[in-house]
Design a protein around this ligand. Sequence first.
Ligand code: NAP
Length: 310
Amino acid sequence: MANKKDLVIIGSGPAGLCAAIYAGRAMLDQVVIEKESFSGGQVITTERIDNYPGLYGISGYEMAMKFREHANQLEIPFMEGEVTEIIDNSSGETSSKLVTLTNGETIETKAVIFATGARHKMLSVKGEKELTGAGVSYCATCDGAFFRGKTVAVVGGGDVALEDALYLSNLCEKVYLIHRRDGLRGAKVLQRRVAEAANIEFLPFYEVQEICGDGMVEKIRIKQNQTGDEKELPVSGIFIAIGMDPQNEAAKGLLELDKTGYICAGEDCRTSVPGIYAAGDIRTKSLRQVVTAVADGAVAIASLEQDLNN
Ligand code: NAP
């Protein structure tokens, strides 16, 4: 027999936890399903956060703990597991979804919030993992300010890499833009602005081989993929912008996704299936930050309450 709930929230990053807090205050019978044995999502690996109002300089870990503590104060139930399938059994005015977990357990629920987030793609080179948060970053708007006046590298040739290079060129002394081809994928207007920026040096046909440093990034080793020539660039930071992997497994075949795999949902967080909402980085949106994720968590509950009452 399936366990019965008003709401299943998938994911316990900032969007999922904020949705849970609002659902708790709305007295909804809910459960938050988290993949790991801890909450926080991507934020947990962020060294320092300077752009969340009121919590200047907080570490991502501490922020995640604070969010989770808040949820615990409201006695919100959490369950560890992974959702493998969601079946929409709604009929007429009655919303009913059947959520199945990897362990075979099923939950019958009126509503589901996807707050599964997205993961930055990694280069998978030596030094990347070890120096993440110590000069290796996946978010220029989050971490750029730590590299004011320094020399940094950006890897990638899409819109994000070009935007990151331009953003960093206003803060840093010099920015290397490293791309594995000479053709850039990013918008022409961004390409022109990159070409015009005096302190951005474009390095086409280069691939990063290794990120080096004793506790902090000091240099990177790069290889020209046509000639095989290798060289070292002294940099204080490296921003990896080679795309994201939206965590959309359980949404495939059920919800409308955009061409890059994010769940299509507007600012009200409603998806293509009534009773299912998307909040945070998994949703189609222009700015993926903690502050926009928590806002989505609140908005998703407001939409859900409206829908349940109608
Ligand atoms: P993207 O467009 O997929 O570009 C990823 C870039 O990283 C590509 O240039 C790719 O090289 C390179 N790359 C991928 N794997 C690599 C690897 N292992 N090693 C080295 N380089 C690698 O990703 P994105 O820039 O994150 O953008 C994602 C989506 O958001 C895009 O559709 C983009 O248009 C959109 N976006 C739009 C805006 C805007 O409209 N203002 C802003 C940001 C993002 P190749 O080119 O050789 O494949």
